[in-house]
Design a binder for this molecule. Sequence first.
Ligand code: MN3
Length: 227
Amino acid sequence: MRKLWIVLVLAASSTVTTFAQFELPKLDYSYSSLEPAIDAATMEIHYSKHHAGYVTNLNAAIKGTPLEALKIEEILAKVSKNSDAVRNNAGGHYNHSLFWSILTPNKNTQPSEVLSAELTKYFGSFENFQKQMNDAAAKRFGSGWAWLIINKKGQLIVTSTPNQDNPLMDDAKVKGYPIIGIDVWEHAYYLKYQNKRGDYLNAIWSVLDWEEISKRYQDALIHCAKK
Ligand code: MN3
């Protein structure tokens, strides 16, 4: 019995010390299924080249360091103490994983009643919220992301970040838990929209997954309540 116990402890500790490398998450839909909002070629390159590159480079940047033992959120929470390679690739991996998860070919998703009411409370109306998101995304100079976040006080805020930064980073100007992230790097839209970022932003609302976004909002409330 004692021997069995030792074997079990050894087995358990070996799973704890073997760190899984970060992986490209599976997509729930095909490359072409978000057309016409996002074309198949953009999806394929964006996912299989850009996002895959962030994952490969993140794994290379943390190899042999204590960061290997951390979750992506934990790396982001102290990213200012690490290299640009860790910052850009950890951000790139988190941001794109979020982005794919809140897109869907299903046109019939709706925000939950709670989220819908909160959007109206903070932005006046759903249309005003859309306008603020599109403004934040359009005004982000160069490459970056537009966000809907919930801060520690439970307030909804629209913000944007440069490059692959995000509001979970310890040195972000506006911090919070991301509910929606919209990629405004040219690689996200240039093949189809060229310089017309605004057309891409108008189109992307047709492929947002409000079920998943509402779920993220609920998770965020639990996250806030624990802090
Ligand atoms: Mn991208």
